[in-house]
Each structure stands twice: as C-alpha cells, then as structure tokens.
Design a protein around this ligand. Structure first.
Ligand code: PEP
Ligand code: MN
Length: 266
C-alpha cells in the first residue's frame, strides 16, 4: 500500500461535509432526453450530471452510444444548466476528444485493469487535474483497485474518485453484489473519496433507494445514480434507471439522512 499522502481534491472535496451525486442517464440518447435529466439535477442544486457516450456493452449488437454526438449533447446540457459533466472513456484514442467536451472522466468496471488506458488517462490529465472516477472491476479486490489507481496517480493526477459498483458473486437476486464495506475500507486504507454506484448493483429501480441510503449511512463521499425521463424506452439499463420524479423524492430523503451526519448533498 502506498503511504503517499494525496492532496485535498478540488472537484470532490475529499472527506468534507459534501456528498456529491453523479446522476444522469446510462446512455445519452438525444438532446431532449439529456436536457430533462440535467434540468432535474440543476433544480436539485447538484453540481454534476453524468451520461454515457461510449458504451461498454456485453453484446456487440446492443446500442453502443452516440459517440462524439453524445459528448456534444452533454457539453451543451452541462453549459445550459451550469453543471459539470462526467462520461466514460473506453479507449485511449478518445481521451482528448472527451476532454474537449466533458469535465470528468469515468473508467468503467471492464477497464479496471487496462493499465495502458489508466496510464494514458493519468498522462493526459496530469496538467489539467481532471477528475477521474475509477470504477472497481466486478472481480477486483480492493488491493488490486488501489494498486491500479497508482497507474493514474503516478502519471501526475491525484484527482481520483474511487467508485464501487458491485461485484459478481453467486447471488443472482441482484445484478451485482454491492460491497458496502468498501466505504470504510477505502477510508481506512487511502485518502481517496469513494463513490457508490447504486444503480448497477441493484439492476432494478425499486432497490436503488435502499442502496443509496446504505451508502450515505456508511459514509460514502459520493453516489452515482442512473436517471432517465422514460426508463421503459431506454436504450441501455432501463430496468434500473429512476424517473426524474423518483430521483427527486430520493434526493429529498437522502438530504434528511445526510443531515444526521452533518453533511449536505450536492
Ligand atoms: C456505467 O456507469 O454506465 C457503466 C457502464 O458502469 P460499469 O462500468 O460499472 O458497468
Ligand atoms: Mn448503465
């Protein structure tokens, strides 16, 4: 384990009294779709909106994302509502393209040990200090996760947020098994903030509120929640996405819970 001390992070004040929510659609599908979600985030006083433009799909026949067109939609929506934008980079050749349009870079679970991608992101963001949200692989240990994080930080960018998004276990009642203990373990073993993606482990929208409350209660620094104006028509992950109205209700409940710990949701 590295003993290196990381600085306080500019984008997601690590271990502060703020819990940052990254909400937005699984995939960016159209201007109208993204606009509605971004409008909801801004109305709730959040700072970020997320969306996928390059999608890692298990089946190559599934929707692959709008690519640059999706990035443009995100950029315009973020600008319109004064929100920072977060999107996944799957390939080193897209890093500079994504940096042109978005404020934060997500590394997905499937690229958890794509060391050349991690290093290239570290190099490309070393001057800008762009926030990198680094997801744990669904079969990755915490030690492997922290080791892989150094592939980014050693290249010069310490602005990394770790994101737990569920593990593959024998359990099939949920899509993945959320490792809530990653929160205290990461807090104990590192100085990085930890985000809990509550949508991908749930796989079903009715489970999302409980996981989100558990994450806040456990001390998570951030949450990721997928939101879609019409989940039934979503081109990816429809079953787990909340409607804007459901999301608003949940954020209200999370605010009350966060206040118990002297924290606020942003
Ligand atoms: C996502 O955030 O949309 C995503 C694909 O997540 P993961 O890499 O955790 O599967
Ligand atoms: Mn998704």
């Amino acid at each position: 384990m590295s003993k290196k001390k990381y600085p306080k992070l500019p984008d997601l004040g690590a271990r502060t009294d703020e819990i940052t929510i990254f909400a937005g659609p699984c995939s960016v599908e159209s201007e109208e779709q993204f606009d509605e979600v971004a409008k909801t985030c801004s109305k709730l006083g959040l700072h970020w909106v997320r969306g996928g433009a390059f999608k890692p799909r298990t089946n190559p026949h599934s929707f692959q994302g709008l690519g640059e067109e999706g990035l443009k939609i995100m950029h315009a929506g973020g600008k319109k509502y004064g929100l920072k934008t977060l999107t996944e980079v799957m390939d080193s050749e897209h890093i500079s393209l994504v940096q042109r349009y978005c404020d934060g870079i997500q590394v997905g679970a499937r690229n958890f040990q794509n060391f050349s991608l991690l290093k290239n992101i570290g190099i490309a963001t070393s001057k800008t200090g762009t926030m990198v949200l680094f997801k744990r692989g669904f079969a990755g240990t915490i030690a492997e996760w922290l080791a892989a994080t150094e592939d980014i930080t050693q290249c010069g960018n310490d602005n990394v947020v770790l994101c737990e998004r569920g593990l593959r276990t024998f359990e099939t009642a949920t899509r993945f098994t959320l490792d809530i203990s990653a929160v205290p373990v990461i807090h104990k073993q590192s100085l990085f903030p930890i985000c809990i993606d509550v949508s991908h482990p749930a796989g079903q929208r009715d489970l999302v509120p409980s996981l989100a409350k558990a994450a806040v209660a456990a001390g998570a620094d951030s949450l990721m929640i997928e939101v879609h104006p019409d989940p039934a028509s979503a081109l990816s992950d429809g079953a787990q996405q909340l409607t804007p109205a459901q999301f608003e209700t949940l954020v209200g409940e999370l605010r009350e819970l966060a206040a118990v710990f002297g924290k606020k949701i942003v």
